[in-house]
Design a protein around this ligand. Structure first.
Ligand code: GDP
Ligand code: MG
Length: 440
């Protein structure tokens, strides 16, 4: 992966007390290859490498006390810049309703993102959105949006399949005003390829309702193609941002890195799953850390905080960092963690997690959770604090007490051990201090 490649490159330079121009050149050559392999747009890579080289060979780096780390910091800064620098906030209209239109190719994730965005603005800004079904070409499209509306308990505006999308959106805005919906989310049609008819229709919709936000929905898995698509859309519409979807998939990272440079518009949201809460504001600096394989502790902690109170999240973080995490904590966190989403998704955001992909053992599936709880509850407090004392006869007692088997007990003990080992690896070297940027 891109992260692996970059980490390999950085390993060579990180600890160097002296970095020469030749070192920088060697490093940028490797970064260039890694980016191209990750499907980043050629022109984007060229500019990027030039900027890194210029800064890295400059005085600030080579003369510094830790030039190796400084060079890496330069790369991280420039990656962040490449993705737009600051996080871009959602533009809410001063006079409601805020009209948001989602455009993009078929299958990019427009309809799903509409639902997610509706959920997000309701949760985050206490809004009362109206979903608008303006994709009249695919019979299932209206139905799909209605299903999402039902799940969210939100109204969907539709005039059926025979109406003109421009009429639909125009009427939907009127309806939103009447019924005090302060956000209107327009789901538009896509094609498998950019075509003239689609573009004209989108332009007509744009002209009719003048959206406050027009988001291009881009499937991150499509890499370089996604960027070409982005270019054609940005030539015809007044895009204001990008929603990058399917970041949970096996993406090479190319789309995230190229799309801002190509469209001039920042990625505002990232979607990381099919569920309605799998949408987050996009943070360029955090994404840069993720691409550099340094994980994304901040997003992880933020995610945790949505479901637990802050103090609890802090405690948990501290426990993980100081390794004082016991079975009791484990039990308490299971419920919380389950609320946050699949454990492996959470773990993938942690620093170093990309190195640990092989450790399937730490994954706990939902079916096992009931067993896990029962087993932990059958342990004595001594056993919970110090699992090493759990010998064969204790295992038998615990299995009997929890209605599970000795194999189940063994499996949990092993998982717990692996998990602790993993935490240690991840948190290694930070000495309990929370650091925003590992290089500061
Ligand atoms: P549209 O044609 O652009 O409206 O795309 P849809 O919203 O119908 O999404 C197409 C498919 O991609 C659906 O099966 C979605 O569940 C799936 N999908 C959308 N966003 C994501 C995402 O962030 N992650 C994953 N894994 N799947 C997604
Ligand atoms: Mg759709």
């Amino acid at each position: 992966s891109l992260a692996d490649r970059l980490q390999e490159t950085f390993k060579k330079i990180r600890g160097k007390g002296k970095v020469s121009e030749a070192d920088v050149k060697q490093m940028t050559r490797e970064i260039r290859l890694a980016l191209l392999e990750a499907d980043v747009n050629f022109k984007v890579v060229k500019d990027f490498i030039n900027r890194v080289k210029e800064r890295a060979i400059g005085q600030e780096v080579l003369k510094s006390l830790t030039p190796g780390q400084q060079v890496i910091k330069v790369v991280q800064d420039e990656l962040t810049e490449l993705m737009g620098g600051e996080q871009s906030k959602l533009n809410l209209a001063s006079k409601p309703p805020t009209v948001i239109m989602l455009v993009g190719l078929q299958g990019a994730g427009k309809t799903t993102s509409n639902g997610k965005l509706a959920n997000y603005v309701r949760k985050q800004f206490n809004k009362n959105p109206l979903l608008v079904a303006a994709d009249v070409y695919r019979p299932a499209a209206i139905k799909q949006l209605q299903t999402l509306g039902k799940q969210l308990n939100m109204p969907v505006f539709s005039l059926g399949e025979d109406a003109d999308p421009v009429d639909i959106v125009a009427q939907s805005v009127e309806k939103a005003k009447e019924e005090h919906h302060d956000v209107v989310l327009i789901d538009t049609a896509g094609r498998l390829h950019v075509d003239e008819e689609m573009m004209e229709e989108l332009q007509r919709i744009e002209a009719a309702v003048k959206p406050d936000e027009t988001f291009l929905v881009v499937d991150a898995m499509t890499g370089q193609d996604a960027v070409n698509v982005a270019e054609s859309f940005s030539e015809r519409l007044n895009l204001t941002g990008v929603i990058l979807t399917k970041l949970d998939g096996d993406t090479r990272g190319g789309a995230a890195l190229s799309v801002k440079a190509v469209t001039g518009q920042p990625i505002k949201f990232a979607a990381t799953g099919e569920k309605l809460d799998a949408l987050e504001p996009f943070h360029p600096d955090r994404m840069a850390s993720r691409i550099l394989g340094m994980g994304d502790v901040l997003t992880l902690i933020e995610k945790a905080q949505q479901d637990m109170d802050e103090q609890k999240a802090k405690d948990m973080e501290k426990k993980m960092r100081t390794m004082s995490f016991t079975f009791d904590d484990f039990l308490e966190q299971i419920g919380q963690v389950r609320k946050m989403g699949p454990l492996d998704e959470l773990l993938s955001m942690m620093p170093g997690a990309n190195k640990l992909k092989g450790m399937k053992n730490i994954q706990i599936d939902d079916k096992q959770i009931g067993h896990v709880e029962a087993i932990i509850r059958s342990m004595t407090s001594e056993e919970k604090e110090e699992p090493d004392i759990i010998n064969a006869s204790r295992k038998r007692r615990i299995a009997n007490g929890s209605g599970t088997s000795i194999q189940d007990v063994n499996r949990l003990l092993k998982q717990f051990k692996d998990m602790k080992k993993m935490m240690k690896q991840m948190m290694g070297g930070t000495k309990g201090k929370k650091k925003k940027n590992p290089f500061n």
